[in-house]
Design a protein around this ligand. Structure first.
Ligand code: 5GP
Ligand code: MN
Ligand code: MN
Length: 345
């Protein structure tokens, strides 16, 4: 990682310079938390002309309404057209930036902070660490090198980002370093119980009922010879309308679907327009779902990936099925995972 160049890029912003922070479309906890946490850090450094934004409708999902630094957000249409510095968070490719992609060219300097192995190295200066559990790990490293101490506001943003991308410290990326970072964040006095309840364990009753309906139509396709067990479901715009829910409530759905014991791979197909679907893919380890997603025009991580699919939901799922065998990781230990014993070891 090019830490020195990144530190210089921030230090060289003139006193009245404009800094624009951007993150990927449909921002999740890592995208928003990393961006706003870094924004609060820049504010502490004295950067005054500072905006944060993301492509698409200027709507922050309710789970993130408590994030410190939300006052930095402006609608994408009002974002500085030619900032002195643009900093991009949690986006693996320029295509994830929607209409904001032009800022990579119009900005004096474009700094990219990310942790996707598939990062295309767009922009000018790259802090891309595929070993990092979240982009917020990279953000903490840069703030430290800029001499910005953690305060509770910054820490809460980075904590939301870290817990979102590690599944609250459950996923494989949860290294000792992740827990050490969490300890530094918690030492600022932030309240993990309150934060988790707001971000993860809080949804309108209408969304609970919507989940019931969508989970009720899940399909389990057991592993055929050489194949992979797949569990999937879909949600339409009509489902959302009938239950009076916003699209982002569906982001949590994959976490229920992926629990299915009989499936290696799980999938939720979420309608975003007449023939357009946002697809979430998860794997328990036997399949590299980022390969499936990349083959179908998207991206992500080995065990969590996504893409935009066109056509009907059935057509989208059929295309996923067609990619599963090519995405199986290595040999050998998969058999181990398949073995089922009634006796706990
Ligand atoms: P989620 O299923 O939570 O929306 O996304 C899981 C992972 O897949 C994220 O790390 C995200 O970077 C990636 N991802 C999701 N949707 C897309 C997409 O449409 N394009 C790309 N390139 N990556 C995606
Ligand atoms: Mn993300
Ligand atoms: Mn991330």
């Amino acid at each position: 990682a090019d830490w020195a160049a990144a530190v210089d890029a921030v230090r060289q912003v003139p006193a009245d310079g404009r800094v624009l922070l951007i993150c990927h479309v449909n921002p999740d906890g890592d995208a928003l938390g990393s961006m706003l946490g870094f924004g609060l850090g820049l504010r502490r450094l004295g950067v005054r002309r500072l905006q944060a934004t993301f492509p698409g409708p200027p709507e922050v999902p309710e789970p993130f309404h408590g994030l410190p630094g939300l006052d930095l957000l402006v609608p994408a249409t009002e974002a500085y057209p030619d900032p002195d510095l643009v900093v991009c968070f949690d986006a693996a490719s320029a295509s994830r930036l929607g209409d904001l992609v032009d800022r990579l060219d119009t900005a004096g300097t474009a700094l990219v902070l990310d942790h996707h192995a598939s990062n295309t190295r767009f922009g000018g200066i790259h802090l891309v660490d595929p070993a990092a559990a979240a982009t917020s790990v990279v953000v903490e490293g840069l703030l430290d090198r800029l001499g910005v101490p953690l305060d509770a506001g910054i820490a809460e943003c980075l904590y939301v980002a870290l817990t979102t991308d590690t599944g609250s410290f459950r996923f494989e990326a949860t290294t000792p370093a992740v827990h050490e970072m969490a300890a530094r964040l918690l030492a600022t006095g932030i309240r993990p119980g309150d934060i988790s309840r707001r971000v993860f364990d809080h949804r309108p009753f209408g969304a609970v009922r919507l989940f019931g309906e969508v989970l009720g139509r899940a399909r389990l396709e057991p592993p055929a010879a050489g194949g992979r067990g797949l569990v999937w479901t879909y949600a339409t715009l009509d489902d959302l309308a009938r239950h009076g829910q916003r699209p982002y409530v569906l982001e949590a759905l994959i976490d229920s679907v992926r629990c299915t014991a009989e499936a290696d791979v799980s999938c939720v197909v979420k309608q975003v327009a007449a023939e357009e679907w946002a697809v979430s893919l998860r794997s328990k380890g036997a399949v590299d779902v980022s390969r499936v997603a990349v083959a179908l025009g998207g991206g992500g991580h080995r065990f969590a990936a996504g893409f935009t699919g066109r056509g009907t939901a059935d057509e989208v799922v059929e295309r996923i099925r067609g990619q599963l065998d090519d995405a199986v990781i290595g040999g050998g230990d998969q058999q181990e995972q398949r073995r089922v014993s009634v006796f706990p070891r």
